[in-house]
Structures are given as structure tokens and as C-alpha cells.
Design a protein around this ligand. Structure first.
Ligand code: FE2
Ligand code: FE2
Length: 193
């Protein structure tokens, strides 16, 4: 349903379980980055009224996710750590060449966002099924549905404003590229590591 070409090795959850503080810190910053991305769509593409409306709602939702994760960190007696580099996202975002039209730029940015939501959703699902922590399993089960909706929304906007065939081709190419990146990952206690 998410279109991903390579599932995460479930052993990634065993790595995560050993360092819950680390995964929660990394996850909190994923939600912060999702919020920042939603704001950046408003700043970059203000004339797309329906996109601006959806992004405004998304800012609220993603920052509320940030708070939910932050609350979990506090409840466990910890403090939010420093932001981590997201190697996965940095690599993924090298895929589309720079330049092109403004619509191309928007479509590419929408496709990156859709894919990051899809992979996050897959990781949340795996955590909800495999993590040896009932409270977090439940937490990730609830978040999984939100991220699946975001994935559909971003892909929907890309298809609405780009040429359908071109967008679908780009999406398939990006999925293949992402699967290559994922072959090297699944070894760290970060959300996309
Ligand atoms: Fe989120
Ligand atoms: Fe999201």
C-alpha cells in the first residue's frame, strides 16, 4: 500500500529497543522537521491555495506529534537530546537534479515528502508490531495512521499539479533509488537509520 520496494529488516527493532532515549530523541526531531517542511511549502508556494490550507493543518498536527514524543521523553525522566543528522533524508534528497520549472521543483519536493512519510509509516508499523514495550507499541500504532494519510496527501498533490505520467515515472524511480539507500540502513537506533 505504501509502494516501498524494500521492507525494513525487523532486527532493526532489536537495535532500537536497546536505546529508547535515542529513538525518541531522533523521532521528536523527525516531527519537528515535518513541521518545518510543512511551513516551507507555505512560504515557497503561497499561490496554491489548497496546498497552503492543507499545510497549515499539517503544521499543527506535526507539532502536536512533536509534543507527544517530547511528553514521552519527560515521562521517562529524560531530556530531549540534540538534533541528529538524518543521513537517509540527506541521501534521498540528492535524487532529483536541481533546476527545472517551479512546478517541477514543487512536485519533487512533494514526492520527497511523500516518501519520507511512507518510510516513517513503515517504521512505525514495525515498532508497533515488534517493540517489547506495550506503551510505545500502542503509541506507534496510533501515529502510523496519521503518517499514512500524509503520504497519500503529498502524493495526491504531486499528481494534481504535475503531469500524471511524468509524476508516476518520477515516483517509481524515486522508490527504486530509496530501496538502494535502504540496503545500507536498518542498523542504527534512529527513525530512518
Ligand atoms: Fe508526524
Ligand atoms: Fe507526517
Amino acid at each position: 500500500m505504501l509502494g516501498l520496494k524494500l521492507p525494513t529488516d525487523p532486527r532493526w527493532v532489536n537495535i532500537v529497543e536497546k536505546n529508547i532515549h535515542e529513538i525518541l530523541t531522533d523521532h521528536a526531531f523527525c516531527e519537528q522537521k515535518a513541521t518545518s517542511t510543512a511551513i516551507s511549502f507555505i512560504v515557497l508556494f503561497p499561490e496554491y491555495t489548497d496546498l497552503v490550507q492543507e499545510m497549515t493543518a499539517l503544521v499543527k498536527e506535526e507539532i502536536s506529534h512533536f509534543k507527544m514524543v517530547h511528553d514521552k521523553i519527560i515521562a521517562r525522566g529524560w531530556t530531549l537530546g540534540r538534533d541528529r543528522k538524518d543521513e537517509y533524508v540527506n541521501k534521498l534528497m540528492t535524487f532529483f537534479p536541481k533546476g527545472g520549472s517551479r512546478v517541477d521543483f514543487m512536485v519533487n519536493k512533494l514526492l520527497y515528502a511523500a516518501l519520507i512519510e511512507a518510510r516513517s509509516c513503515e517504521r512505525f508499523r514495525l515498532l508497533s508490531e515488534e517493540i517489547n514495550d506495550a506503551e510505545l507499541a500502542e503509541f506507534y500504532r496510533n501515529l502510523m495512521a496519521s503518517e499514512a494519510n500524509h503520504y497519500t496527501m503529498f502524493l495526491g498533490f504531486a499528481r494534481k499539479y504535475g503531469k500524471r505520467e511524468e509524476v508516476d515515472k518520477k515516483w517509481q524511480d524515486l522508490l527504486n533509488f530509496e530501496a538502494e539507500i535502504m540496503k545500507e540502513l536498518g542498523t542504527k537506533e534512529t527513525m530512518h537509520g
